[in-house]
Design a protein around this ligand. Structure first.
Ligand code: ASP
Length: 340
């Protein structure tokens, strides 16, 4: 078995903190296999250092670079492990899932809440788990964290303190790692390698709706040249339609061919724009419901869709969000998670 371990940065490889100092991506340990020789018992592992970033500094162009490397080397390795900061791991995992639609082996992201050099680091277990599942040819982009493997385009960071940093509230874990590894029946089937398309449009905006949100700020984004918006709406996809109504801004977006995609602020359940008047008004103004997609998945899918849209942007987004590219949405009514 041969694995490629791609380093991008994050806490896992940062140096333990001197009293009072912030963790820095500048001080990153280089020789991971020297630190953790146990990994060599799992597979023959090559390392590639792509970046040394706190993932807060990760950019969409970096997702494309990582995906390009994996795509180029797909046949050279049995699986891939990507070491990444936890802060934006859900965005990178979502983007990679959409940029790498043709997979017959695993691409596993992992990281840690505490650096490897600390006694209570979670990095060692996460790395061992990531390498182990990367050898199993689970044909998905996934996140291995705290003894669970999640679908990359379903995962979200839920905890900034606990070791159980990630969850995928609308999709059961792909695998549970206990005494053995239990793999869910909903893992995707292998797909043949697809051509690599690096196009992506980063001029998108995510807006969390809250009581009092001034619709002029959305109009301002349209004037500033935004190409697409993800609106994190209340509950089943509702937005204000009376006082400070967002409906005129959504209509203005449509007239400028700027897609407005609606996700829910609730981690569970799905957008249903027919459920309440606030959602129905948004739908009638042109908004597109994203069912139970995470905000991270919706944003990255919108960027990729817009990058590839040759004609109308709204039409392209409407088509893309009706499709399931990588298991990012649940089609059953109510978007309820299927059992493992
Ligand atoms: N700020 C860090 C990062 O995302 C946090 C972590 O890795 O856990 O790179």
């Amino acid at each position: 078995m041969r694995l490629l371990m791609i380093h991008t940065g994050g806490t896992l490889l940062m140096q333990p903190r001197a009293d009072g100092a912030a963790l820095s991506a500048d001080a990153i340990k280089q020789d991971l296999l020297g630190e953790l020789p146990v990994l060599k018992q799992i597979a023959e592992i090559d390392s590639l250092v792509l970046f040394r970033l706190d993932s807060a500094d990760m950019q969409p162009e970096d997702w494309v670079e990582i995906a390009g490397v994996v795509h180029d080397k797909l046949e050279d390795y049995d699986g891939f492990v990507i070491i990444h900061g936890t802060d934006t791991m859900a965005y990178t995992a979502s983007a990679l899932a959409f940029l790498l639609p043709g997979l017959d082996r695993s691409v596993v992201l992992t990281g840690a809440q505490r650096p490897l050099g600390e006694i209570r680091s979670d990095g060692r277990a996460n790395l061992v788990d990531a390498c182990q599942v990367a050898t199993m040819r689970i044909p998905e982009v996934a996140v291995a964290f705290n003894s669970r493997l999640f679908r990359g385009c379903r995962v979200t960071k839920l905890d900034a303190w606990g070791m159980n940093a990630f969850g995928s509230p609308s999709c059961p874990p792909l695998a549970e790692l206990g005494l053995g590894v239990q793999v869910g029946a909903h893992v995707l089937a292998p797909r043949p390698k697809a051509p690599f398309d690096p196009r992506l449009e980063a001029r998108v905006l995510a807006v969390r709706v809250f009581p009092g949100l001034d619709p002029k700020l959305l109009q301002g984004a349209l004037t500033a040249g935004v190409r697409g918006m993800v609106v994190e709406a209340f509950g089943a996809g509702n937005v204000p339609r009376l006082e400070r109504s967002l409906i005129p801004a959504i209509e203005a977006a449509r007239s400028l061919d700027v897609p407005v995609v609606i996700v829910s602020q609730c981690p569970r359940g799905a957008v249903d724009l027919g459920a309440y008047e606030g959602g129905a008004a948004a739908r009638d103004a042109g908004a597109i419901g994203a069912l139970d997609m995470t905000a991270e998945a919706a944003l990255t899918k919108l960027m990729i869709t817009l990058g590839r849209a040759d004609g109308g942007r709204v039409a392209a987004a409407r088509t893309a969000f009706a499709e399931d590219w990588a298991g990012e949405l649940t089609r059953e009514a109510g978007g309820r998670a299927r059992a493992v």
